[in-house]
Design a protein around this ligand. Structure first.
Ligand code: 3PG
Ligand code: MG
Length: 374
């Protein structure tokens, strides 16, 4: 996919450049738990500054519902950004204004006021057709930042020309949210392993008993269809479950009533990681269990370690699995840790994102003189 790059912008020297970043980082008690999304945008910011531009960053944080909310203050982000990249301005949390999510043209005007150029480096938010993502490219000369360009290059490469065998490991709690991704990946991968709580809906499709595990009964038929699709899908057999008195036990096959499955068991983990040894390409998205609890972290830790150890090209899709590789210390051993959760999944599923489309249109408009007046 061809996106306008930083080099395609008019000379940024002396210009004010609005950079849409995704600094929606996890924060606990005012402390940033993981600043990957900030550090990953530094190459774009530094490139622009070296060219003599004034950089103005804009981001959302959390879901404050269109009005200021202390809970979502950008203060911790602003402080971290200052320490990493001095002389960068940071606008107020975009979602403190209802114009952002509504893609209000007046809000777009206020946003770009005084700015000459626009850069989208917010891969993680580019699946949202919000004002700051789709508005400025229609008004200003625009480009993809380094982070965004790299994310799109990696994801497109995976889908268009993966080195084989291509192994996908998917996890997370709900199959409903990942059905589209599973379907589009099934045409492309050689093996798919499915863990996380969403495996229990597949267990229902296989006629197994799942005890008190999380399931989505409305999606059982869809899971049956996927299992019949012909691609090799691995579903866990053994499960680590918690019982009525909080006791923890591994079960093979059916789970008794009163027991809730919270991680994949050791035999399933071995089956999942076996194809990684000779994989040419690995995509991992979604944890295998409730890894925040040590008792249910083993499946996720072992998968993270195996992904890190694979000689193939390894990609970890953002969100919880990115948090897991960071938490367990494997992030530097993965070829690409995506900064986008939902965005990465939507790009895999749809092959495009509203933010990418806006940049391409902007480049086309610019070529024929465009209808830009900003
Ligand atoms: C994310 O963290 O997934 C992105 O920043 C987008 O946030 P959103 O899901 O609240 O739109
Ligand atoms: Mg999200």
């Amino acid at each position: 996919m061809k996106l306008p790059q930083l080099e395609d912008l008019p000379d940024p020297s002396g210009k004010r450049v609005l950079v849409r970043t995704d600094f929606n980082v996890p924060i606990t008690d005012g402390h940033i738990d993981d600043d990957l999304r900030i550090t990953a945008s530094l190459p774009t910011i530094e490139w622009l500054q070296e060219k003599g531009a004034t950089v103005v960053c804009a981001t959302h944080l959390g879901r404050p519902k269109g009005k200021p909310d202390e809970k979502y203050t950008l203060d911790p982000v602003r402080e971290r950004l200052q320490s990493l990249a001095p002389d960068v301005e940071l606008l107020e949390n975009l979602r403190f204004d209802e114009g952002e999510e509504a893609n209000d043209p007046d809000f777009v005007e206020r946003l770009i006021d005084g700015c000459d150029l626009y850069v989208n480096d917010a891969f993680g938010a580019s699946h949202r057709a919000h004002a700051s993502i789709v508005g400025p490219p229609a008004r200003l000369p625009s480009a993809a930042g380094r982070l965004l360009a790299r994310e799109v290059e990696v994801m497109s490469g995976l889908l268009e020309s993966p080195t084989r065998p291509f192994v996908a490991i998917l996890g997370g709690s709900k199959v409903s949210g990942k059905l589209g991704v599973i379907k589009s990946l099934l045409d492309k991968v050689d093996v798919m392993a499915i863990g996380g709580a969403m495996c229990f809906t597949f267990h229902l499709a296989q006629g197994k008993k799942v005890g008190d595990s999380l399931v989505e009964p409305d999606w059982v038929d869809a899971c049956k269809e996927l299992l019949d699709s012909g691609t090799k899908i691995l579903i866990p057999d053994d499960i680590v479950a918690m019982g009525p008195d909080d006791e923890v036990q591994v079960f093979s096959g059916d789970l008794p009533d009163g027991w809730k499955g919270l991680d994949i068991g050791p035999e399933s983990t071995l089956r999942f990681i076996e194809p990684l040894v000779n994989a040419g390409t690995v995509l991992w998205n979604g944890p295998m269990g409730m890894f925040e609890d040590r008792r249910f972290q083993e499946g996720t830790v072992d998968v993270a370690e195996a992904v890190a150890g694979s000689k193939g090209f390894t990609v970890v899709g953002g969100g919880d699995s990115a948090a897991a590789v960071a938490k367990f210390g494997f992030a530097s051993k993965v070829d690409h840790v995506s900064t986008g959760g939902g965005a990465a999944l939507e790009l895999i599923e749809q092959g495009d994102l509203p933010g990418l489309e806006a940049l391409r249109k902007s480049a086309e408009g610019g070529k024929d003189g465009g209808d830009r007046d900003g």
